[in-house]
Design a protein around this ligand. Structure first.
Ligand code: FES
Ligand code: FES
Length: 273
C-alpha cells in the first residue's frame, strides 16, 4: 500500500472525494481542513433536501381531501386538482401538473385498456378520443383535457353490445397480439367522424367535398399513425371499410365451437370404423 492510499484511508474519504478536493487548492490556503469541508457539504445537502421535503409535506397538509379522489402512493409535486370526464363519468383527481393523460388513465384510474407503446408519440397505441377527435394520450397533459369529453376503449361498448368497430375487428380478425388494438379501434372510430366532417388527408382527391368517401388508400393514410407490429393491417383496413361503407360481407373464418368439434370427432370415428 502506498503512502497516498494510507492518507485517504486515514481521512475517511473515497478516492473520488480526494480527487475532487485535489481540484480545490484554495481550501488549504483558507485554513479549512478537507474533512471539515466534506462534512459541511454533506450537512448542507441534507439540509436543503429536508427543507424541500418539508415544503412538499406542507403542500399536502394544506389540501382538503376531495371526496372520491384517487391518490397515488408516492409524493407528488406541482399538485393540481382536475375533474376529468371519462366515458361519461366525472373523475376527480389530484395529480402532478406534468402527468400525461395516458398515465392518469392507467396508473391512477386503472383504465388499462389504453396501452403504452413508445411513450413518445410514435406508435399510436395510446390513442383515445377527446371531444370526438383522436389524440395521443402520451403527449397530452391530463390537466389540459379538463372539461372535455374523453372516450377510451372501455367506453365504446354499450353495455354488453360491442361498438360496431369492435365487432368488425373481431369479425375480420384484425389483431394478433392485440396490444395495438385499443388504439387502432379508437383511431378508427374517430376517423369515421373525420370522414363525415369532410376532413381531408394527404391522399384526398376532392378537397372541396363536405364528406370524404374512404377508399382503402384513405384508410391506410389516416391510420398510418397507428403501428401494428404484428402486421394485421389488411384486416384492420377491411374492418374499418365495412363499418364505413355499411356493406356487410360474410365471415371469412369461424371459431370452432364444441358442437362443430363433436361433429368432426364423429366423422373421424366413422371413417376409422
Ligand atoms: S405510446 Fe403514445 S404514441 Fe406510442
Ligand atoms: S396486433 Fe399485435 S401489434 Fe397489432
Amino acid at each position: 500500500m502506498n503512502h497516498e492510499m494510507d492518507e485517504n484511508a486515514a481521512s475517511g474519504l473515497t478516492p473520488d472525494e480526494e480527487a475532487l478536493l485535489d481540484q480545490m487548492p484554495w481550501l488549504e490556503e483558507a485554513g479549512i481542513s478537507r474533512r471539515a469541508f466534506v462534512g459541511h457539504a454533506i450537512a448542507g445537502g441534507l439540509g436543503l433536501f429536508a427543507t424541500d421535503l418539508l415544503e412538499v409535506e406542507k403542500a399536502f397538509a394544506s389540501l382538503a381531501p376531495s371526496p372520491g379522489a384517487v391518490y397515488a402512493g408516492q409524493a407528488m409535486e406541482n399538485i393540481v386538482r382536475v375533474l376529468l370526464n371519462i366515458n361519461g363519468e366525472a373523475k376527480p383527481l389530484e395529480i402532478d401538473s406534468r402527468v400525461v393523460l395516458l398515465d392518469a388513465l392507467r396508473e391512477r384510474l386503472q383504465l388499462t385498456g389504453t396501452k403504452k407503446g413508445c411513450d413518445q408519440g410514435q406508435c399510436g397505441a395510446c390513442t383515445v378520443i377527446v371531444d370526438g377527435k383522436r389524440v395521443l394520450s402520451c403527449l397530452t397533459l391530463a390537466a389540459s383535457v379538463e372539461g372535455k369529453q374523453i372516450r377510451t376503449i372501455e367506453g365504446l361498448a354499450e353495455g354488453d353490445e360491442l361498438h360496431p368497430m369492435q365487432a368488425a375487428f373481431i369479425k375480420y380478425d384484425g389483431f394478433q397480439c392485440g396490444y395495438c388494438t385499443p388504439g387502432q379501434i379508437c383511431s378508427a372510430v374517430a376517423l369515421l367522424d373525420e370522414a363525415r366532417r369532410g376532413d381531408v388527408s394527404h391522399v384526398t382527391e376532392d378537397v372541396s367535398a363536405s364528406t370524404t368517401r374512404l377508399s382503402d388508400d384513405e384508410i391506410r393514410e389516416r391510420m398510418s399513425g397507428n403501428i401494428c407490429r404484428c402486421g394485421a393491417y389488411p384486416k384492420i383496413v377491411a374492418a374499418i371499410q365495412e363499418v364505413h361503407s355499411g356493406r356487410e360481407t360474410q365471415h371469412t373464418w369461424a371459431i370452432v365451437d364444441e358442437t362443430r368439434l363433436a361433429m368432426v370427432r364423429r366423422e373421424i370415428a366413422d371413417e376409422t370404423v
